[in-house]
Design a protein around this ligand. Structure first.
Ligand SMILES: [Zn+2]
Length: 161
């Protein structure tokens, strides 16, 4: 984020678009930067993009300006298969200041997912019964369009476990 003011401008623009569509998404919306824009644009196309280092070949997430392993700045965007295994998780039973936008979802699960490409990502898990999740469960990334311009992601446990 280059300027905190940009973030709030984008928030208000996103909210204006949602009002026009009669939709209401009341949680924080990400702010795109030069480095993160390809990632967010990928989500809009239902692609979870990872950066891959041209020098050492390793994948990186979250988006950065250089490789965290070798320092190379030559990174290319590659689509992830979006599949992996649950590394760890927490059950959220209380939210900071009881923000209404999150409080209405309590309890919910946030997990770290080890993707097959070798990176660990974290996000909300879609569960009917929160106790249904276990460390090591196979899971996959799913896409959630929340505004006309913003798609977020979450995790579903794979049916094959
Ligand atoms: Zn590298």
């Amino acid at each position: 984020m280059s300027d905190p003011g940009d973030y709030y401008l984008e928030m208000s623009e996103a909210r204006r678009q949602m009002r026009e569509l009669g939709q209401e998404y009341d949680k924080p919306i990400p702010s795109k930067t030069t480095i993160t824009s390809p990632f967010w644009d990928g989500l809009n196309r239902s692609q979870f993009l990872l950066q891959k280092c041209v020098s050492c070949g390793r994948h990186i997430w979250y988006p950065r300006a250089w490789c965290i392993y070798c320092g190379n700045r030559d990174l290319v965007w590659t689509p992830s298969k979006g599949t992996g295994k649950i590394y760890s998780f927490v059950i959220i039973r209380q939210v900071v200041e009881n923000l209404p936008s999150w409080s209405k979802d309590i309890p919910f699960v946030v997990a770290e997912l080890d993707l097959d490409e070798g990176v660990r990502v974290y996000g909300k898990v879609n569960l009917d019964v929160i106790e249904d999740i276990h460390i090591g469960d196979p899971a996959e990334i799913v896409f959630n369009k929340v505004t006309p311009d913003i798609t977020l992601f979450s995790f579903n446990l794979s049916k094959t476990r």
